[in-house]
Design a protein around this ligand. Structure first.
Ligand code: PRX
Length: 629
């Protein structure tokens, strides 16, 4: 159901909130179902318990692949652009992709993987990662993709949490100028993961790796003698499709669960409408499949809509800061979707890297993952879009499954820094800290959603209570996003950032508690507190205050060791930018760390530290301010 004008959007929006079941059932009817649903929706946000398209039977890969074979079997589904310019690019038509998916699905079946089993994918951005995702879905295995930058310890935690039976991986990875060991990380992780019976290794870099007999086999050996047809497993709408781990304000990362029917309908509907993708166009999302953006807008959304996409292995700055633009010209990309942090980094590199490229194919530009500052928005619009392309600033989350608040390209009038208006079916509400609705325009509050949508989180894997307390218990009968938000005089939404203890570093969600526990693993660290601070390129940086038993020793050495500890327990993405060694932390008399003060110091807002009189020892604040980095 494509929206074609602003008036049409308003009509559809009204229809979607007045008659949500009719609205979503019309959208869902566009897909292939083996059996139609009996009822569109059952829900309550108390438990929470949300079900869409009840008793519907389907397989998402039949909608991504089989459905397209007649009309677009020979159309390219993916152009793959390798990390290195000189390396051989590849492409897959829908028919080729279909057969590759079937082959890997058959390999997994032969290894004993059946419906409901969890399979972990720890791979860089090679086409085989998308193929593996779809192969899991083909046979009803639940995929858990772990971004290949996470450490062995993080990987192990995720594999253990969902008892994965199999891991698909590569020998190594190319990332910019670096060659990264991948299998080695898997080997280390698997020492702690007895549930894993099989590991299949794709040869990417050719580096020597250890292959454990009886457990590890090569991808190319496995697919050599399997059939290239594999019947799709019949799935219930509410059967699990995937788990994706994400950080919260407390504890370990949680496994966000998405299910087959609702996620399919939502990923496809949002892709089609936000980007206004037109038949024959080339679309490129620069995210990694290891994040939700890659799941919904590299794999599922575009394939469900029969799109042609670019899949990129590399990074924006290799071999130089013109790489994105070179790739745009090479494939005549029409729709380009990236993150503000990349835009800011490329802006900082200077327009000389943009000038050699025409960029005349571009029609729509997208942004995702963090608030986009007005300056970056303007630079993107002027230098990349040449003032001709609408920018869709898409707000959403791992938990929402798809885009929630965003302009529709060329339909919704845009405003720099604003995600603008909710998509049909999405009912945002702003509340104060007590949960009272803040009505009207020109207001600010905590962003919640008051009615279910098909792509929403169903549970957190193995711990439903955690899902309830995290998202549904803060405000009664509302899904709480964790974001702060303004609604301006025109009713446009502007996301201001997280209001909880989550930091958004280069569009990656990092829980402060996770970083603190990694730092605390260092034997000399007594206690630590981690907060975010504004960072020109990354959006937010990580500021760590640490108390060490060895105050006066070599501080630089201690910092290096702390960073190594974070690398080991999480990965380089959580590396603190600043580490201040302190003798105490500002605590209330009940022992609670006053993060508000630490945040202000990190942000450099020293004149307004607020009331410090309730602190156990107000003198620590002076020391912290003096030693600020
Ligand atoms: O704070 C919001 C920010 O990213 C968070 C979700 O992170 P994650 O689950 O990793 O998903 C990122 C990709 C969808 C949100 O709670 N965020 C995401 N998009 C935007 C954004 N903040 C402002 N504007 C956006 N467009």
């Amino acid at each position: 159901m494509r929206i074609t004008s602003l008036q049409h959007y308003h009509e559809q929006y009204q229809f979607s909130i007045q008659q949500p079941e009719q609205f979503w059932s019309r959208v869902a009817e566009e897909f292939v179902w083996n059996k139609k649903w009996d009822k569109v929706l059952e829900w309550n946000f108390e438990q929470p318990d949300v079900k869409w398209f009840i008793n519907g039977k389907l397989n998402i890969t039949e909608n991504c692949l089989d459905r397209h074979l007649d009309a677009r079997g020979d159309q390219v589904a993916y152009y793959w652009e390798p990390n290195d310019n000189d390396d051989e690019p590849r492409s897959y038509t829908y028919r080729q992709l279909y057969h590759e998916v079937c082959k890997v699905a058959n390999v997994m079946k032969r290894k004993g993987i059946t419906k409901g089993d969890r399979v972990c994918l720890y791979m860089p951005m090679v086409p085989e990662l998308a193929i593996a995702v779809l192969a899991c879905a083909r046979i009803g295995a639940v995929h858990s993709v772990v971004f290949a930058g996470f450490s062995a310890s993080s990987l192990a935690g995720r594999i253990q949490d969902s008892d994965c039976k199999m891991v698909l991986t590569t020998d190594g990875a190319y990332r910019g100028a670096k060659e990264i060991p991948i299998k080695k990380v898997v080997d280390e992780a698997l020492e702690l993961c007895p549930s894993v019976e099989h590991v299949i290794v794709l040869n990417r870099t050719g580096e020597a790796v250890h292959m454990q007999q009886g457990r590890d086999t090569w991808w190319h050996d496995e697919i050599r003698d399997v059939a290239d047809e594999c019947p799709a497993e019949q799935m219930d709408s509410e059967d699990l499709l995937f788990i994706l781990y994400t950080s919260g304000s407390t504890g370990k990362p949680k496994g966000v669960v998405h299910t087959c029917g609702g996620y399919m309908v939502y990923a496809s509907y949002t892709f089609q409408n936000v980007f206004q993708y037109r038949e024959g166009e080339v679309y490129w999302c620069t995210a990694d499949i290891g994040w939700i953006t890659g799941h919904s807008y590299i794999v599922y959304g575009p394939l469900l809509c029969g799109a042609t996409s670019v899949l990129f292995e590399g990074v924006p700055t290799f071999p130089d800061a013109g790489r994105f633009w070179q790739v745009v010209d090479k494939y005549h990309v029409n729709v380009f979707y990236t993150a503000p942090t990349a835009i800011r980094a490329l802006e900082a590199a200077g327009v000389d890297f943009v000038k050699p490229y025409k960029l005349s194919s571009l029609r729509v530009l997208g942004s995702v993952g963090e608030p986009i500052n007005v300056e970056a928005w303007q630079w993107y619009s002027d230098n990349i879009g040449k003032g001709q392309c609408p920018i869709v600033d898409t707000w959403w989350q791992t938990e929402t499954g798809g885009i929630m608040i965003s302009p529709l390209a060329d339909i919704t009038p845009t405003k720099p820094g604003f995600a603008t208006l909710p998509l049909p079916g999405i009912q945002p509400i702003l509340v104060d800290d007590k949960g009272n609705e803040i009505e009207g325009n020109g207001v600010e509050g905590n962003l919640c959603i008051k009615f279910p949508w098909p792509g929403m989180i169903r549970t957190t894997y193995g711990d439903h209570e955690r899902c309830r307390t995290n998202y549904f218990a803060t405000y009664k009968n509302l899904y709480f996003t964790g974001d702060g938000c303004k609604r301006d005089e025109d009713g446009y939404y502007r996301i201001t950032g997280r209001v909880d203890d989550v930091i958004n570093v280069s569009g990656h969600r990092i829980g402060t508690a996770e970083v603190e526990s990694a730092i605390n693993m260092h034997p000399d660290i007594v206690e630590s507190a981690v907060v975010g601070f504004p960072h020109d390129i990354k959006g937010q940086g990580i500021y760590a205050y640490v108390i060490s038993t060895k105050q006066n020793d070599d501080q630089e050495l201690l910092r290096k060791e702390i960073i190594a500890e974070v690398n080991k327990f999480i990965g380089p993405i959580a590396k603190p930018d600043k580490i201040q060694i302190v003798s105490g932390l500002p605590k209330t008399r009940s022992g609670k760390i006053m993060r508000r003060i630490l945040r202000k110091v990190a942000e450099g807002e020293l004149s307004n530290l607020g009331d410090t009189s309730t602190l156990l020892d107000p003198a620590v604040v002076d020391e912290i301010v003096k030693g600020r980095l």
